[in-house]
Design a protein around this ligand. Structure first.
Ligand code: SAH
Length: 493
């Protein structure tokens, strides 16, 4: 029995353009063999336990040869019997992706495989530049051509020059001067509009317009670099009206967010909405802990939750123990704040008590007050918390009982792909001192700018040698605002 290989198209760059099927496989993968153009956000979706193999670049900066990649896939299928080997390629695996060659090798070796198509850059990158590849009355066909071949080789310039459809060249920047000249020689109108679209669909996307006759000089003058596609034809003009992707305050900025995965999504989404590329690098991981004294649950009248992790761990263990929410019948429920309250609602539970100020102290005071008026009895209060929770609540409710339902530990390792992504980031975002300390311990090389939430975090970051920018308030909103302000202010943009 050998494992199954999935040739998966990662799409052109924007992680939102990966298919659902592709994501599903990546989450299960035992091995991921990936190319250079695959975005870190997509690598971040892979099963965290998967072996990650970069064939776009070796330590010596040489690409792994195609024949070696083919062999590697067969080898991994053998090493992971019944396993999932994901071969992740930019765009679509069968559009100039050499996916066909890999599949042939798998057939030869008798390895089972599946093709998961991806959105090819050939049509999606123009779409992100507002250029439809076909348009009624302008182009009734479009043609995707490799520009990689030397110009005297297999391209039929006569036919291409006569072709009235849109011409889309992949991999062609280095040869485009020659390609354009040959097309003109063969009779294509030198005034044919043309666009180069660099790093399309990513936060670094750039469109440069030219005509067939100015193609070569434009590439040099505007320093057009790979990966870029070249699109030629009347449809290019539509891009002037339809270009919809806005240049946002954080476009072209790569930021590292060090919050724990679950909490990161809020700030990540906000920074991405401002145009940034975000590398989520949590500094801590949480693990739910076994609860052995379930029988004691009957002794409590009120359960108090102080985090969404606590809620998730508690219910996970409750179900794992063979019980369900009926165990909570008749009990009062308290939550530290709105987010935890919302999480409880997902489990079908409404809260009886939520303090106004959303802090442990607020919750403790509220419950203590209810105890003093006899509404509650503090010896029958159960606090469900993590191993790092401080004793604020226990001090305010001395007779309550505390169960540690989850554990938080510092992340001890960084995968290579993440280390590399971090190296080229513009800045790191820290939401706690412990995140700074752990980041330093992980020895990640990084640009020395840190955005910090709160003065304590700022002090730790300064101590660690970072240049710091600190949010005015200790909220994520304020931090996001700070980041945007910093980059909008001219000299840093
Ligand atoms: N299988 C891929 C193409 C692989 S060839 C696909 O279907 O998209 C690599 C070429 O694709 C690059 O040289 C470039 O021309 C193009 N390309 C891939 N991603 C791109 C992007 N985000 N922006 C511009 N061009 C891109």
């Amino acid at each position: 029995m050998s494992g199954k290989v999935y040739l998966i198209g990662a799409g052109p760059g924007d992680p939102g353009l990966l298919t659902l099927r592709g994501k599903e496989i990546l989450e299960l993968a035992d091995v991921v063999v990936y190319d250079r153009l695959v975005s870190p956000a997509i690598l971040g979706m892979c099963n965290p336990k998967a072996k990650m193999v970069d064939v776009g670049k070796m330590p010596t900066h040489h690409k792994v040869k195609q024949s070696e990649i083919n062999k590697l896939l067969v080898q991994f299928a053998g090493e992971y019997p019944q396993g999932v080997v994901a071969r992740l390629k930019g765009g679509d695996p069968f559009v100039f992706g050499r996916g066909g060659e890999e599949a042939l090798e798998l057939v030869d070796a008798g390895v089972e495989f599946e093709i998961v198509p991806g959105i090819t850059s050939a049509i999606s990158v123009p779409a992100y530049a507002g250029i439809p590849v076909s348009h009624r009355g302008i182009a009734t066909s479009f043609h995707i051509i490799t520009g990689h071949e030397k110009s005297d080789l297999s391209l039929d310039f006569d036919a291409l020059a006569k072709c009235p459809g849109t011409l889309i060249f992949l991999m062609g920047i280095a040869n485009m001067d020659l390609i354009a000249k040959r097309l003109i020689e063969c009779g294509k109108d030198p005034k044919t509009p043309l666009a180069f679209i660099e790093k399309g669909t990513t936060p670094y996307q750039r469109t440069v317009m030219a005509t067939l006759e100015t193609a070569g000089e434009t590439i040099v003058r505007d320093n057009v670099t790979a990966p870029a596609i070249t699109i030629m034809g009347g449809v290019v003009e539509l891009g002037k009206t339809l270009a919809w992707k806005k240049n946002l305050p954080l476009s072209g900025k790569r930021l590292v967010v060090t919050r724990a995965a679950k909490q990161a999504s809020g700030i990540t989404a906000r920074l991405m909405a401002l145009g940034a590329e975000v590398i989520e690098t949590p500094m801590i991981e949480t693990r739910s802990l076994d609860i052995r004294n379930w029988a004691d649950l009957a002794n409590y009248d009120l359960l108090a939750f102080t985090s969404t992790n606590g809620v998730e761990s508690f219910f996970k263990q409750l179900l794992a123990s063979g019980r369900d929410i009926r165990e909570l019948a008749g009990k009062k429920i308290a939550s530290v704040g709105k987010i935890t309250e919302k999480k409880l609602l997902e489990y079908g539970i409404r809260c009886d008590y939520v303090p106004e100020d959303h802090t442990g102290e607020g919750l403790g005071k509220l419950l203590a007050e209810k105890c003093s008026v006899g509404e509650l009895n503090d010896s029958r209060i159960l606090l469900l918390q993590g191993n790092l929770a401080d004793d604020t609540l226990m001090k305010l409710l001395p007779k309550a009982t505390r169960w540690v339902v989850y554990e938080t530990t510092p992340v001890a390792e960084l995968p290579d792909w993440k280390r590399e992504a971090i190296e080229s980031a513009n800045a790191v975002v820290f939401a706690s001192s412990s995140a700074v300390e752990n980041f330093v311990k992980l020895n990640a090389r990084v640009n020395s700018l840190a955005f910090c939430i709160g003065r304590m975090t700022e002090a730790s970051a300064k101590k660690a040698g970072f240049e710091t920018m600190t949010s005015d308030e200790t909220t994520m909103d304020s931090l996001v605002k700070k980041v945007a302000e910093y980059y909008v202010a001219g000299e840093n943009a």
